[in-house]
Design a protein around this ligand. Structure first.
Ligand code: PAF
Length: 251
């Protein structure tokens, strides 16, 4: 595996792969890799000749009160894990490679329809930050395909829309969610939870499955199903940001 930190070196490497006619697959991450990330790599490997993973904790997708400073950073372990998972190139850029005009001076990419709803309404600017950094990474790595997890479903739609609207010739692949045995979706942020909270968090998946089954059944309105789901979770002690049923194509 080659480790690259500078954009110009990444571009040179990619240009060489292209001359050889090789298909480039990109897996953007913020590091602290777990089995969910490695499943993205496997999917990229199935559709590309060269797999490039990026590890960059992107400041523009964190709100002022969010966990940017304490977000887990484990670059050595990530590099080892990626090498063991047959990754060809690790792009590990410093901040100024991705934001040469500074973070506040950066051009922003915005996806208006999807940015202000659900997770976007709770985390203003979050999806602008995601769309911006992924557009930059697409520009630098010039991938043929890129893989994102379905865990962040709204993010996936934001990226699909950004790529379509800005004309990036990149096939976006969606990888299935990898879960703990109790159904909790794997996430770097799960380590903020105590063992007991991790166990309890399995109820989120169970409730979502119940909602899906009820919605398919057609006996209750979506609003009634959502309201029962919210009540069930609150009864278990959760503070619920939103429990809603939306159209998968555009939320
Ligand atoms: O899903 C993530 O890890 C991040 O949001 C991404 C896509 C790597 C952009 O920073």
């Amino acid at each position: 595996m080659q480790l690259v930190t500078r954009s110009r070196d990444l571009r040179a490497l990619i240009a060489g792969f292209r001359r050889e006619g090789r298909r480039i697959g990109l897996v953007p991450t913020m590091g602290n890799l777990h089995a969910g990330h490695y499943s993205l790599l496997d999917l990229a490997r199935a559709h590309a000749d060269v797999v490039v993973a990026s590890v960059f904790v992107n400041p523009t997708q964190f709100g002022p009160a969010e966990d940017l400073a304490r977000y887990p950073r484990t670059p050595e372990a990530d590099a080892k894990g990626l090498a063991a998972h047959d990754c060809d190139v690790l792009f590990l850029p410093p901040l100024d490679e991705i934001y040469p005009c500074g973070v506040t001076g950066s051009v922003r990419v915005s996806v208006p329809d999807l940015d202000g709803i659900l997770e976007g309404a709770l985390r203003p600017g979050h999806f602008d930050g995601v769309a911006t950094v992924v557009a930059k990474l697409f520009n630098l790595a010039q991938p043929d395909i890129a893989v994102f997890g379905q865990k962040d479903y709204q993010q996936l739609l934001v990226i699909q829309r950004m790529a379509l609207d800005l004309g990036f010739p990149v096939g976006i692949f969606a990888a299935p969610i990898v879960r703990e045995t109790n159904g909790l979706a794997m996430s770097s942020r799960n380590q903020y939870l105590s063992a007991e909270q991790r166990e309890q968090a399995g109820a989120i998946h169970a409730t979502l499955q119940w909602m899906r089954d009820e919605a398919g059944d057609g006996r209750q309105s979506f609003a009634a199903i959502a309201s029962t789901a919210r009540g069930r979770l609150e009864h278990l002690g959760f503070v619920v940001d939103y429990a809603v049923i939306r159209r998968a194509g555009d939320l």
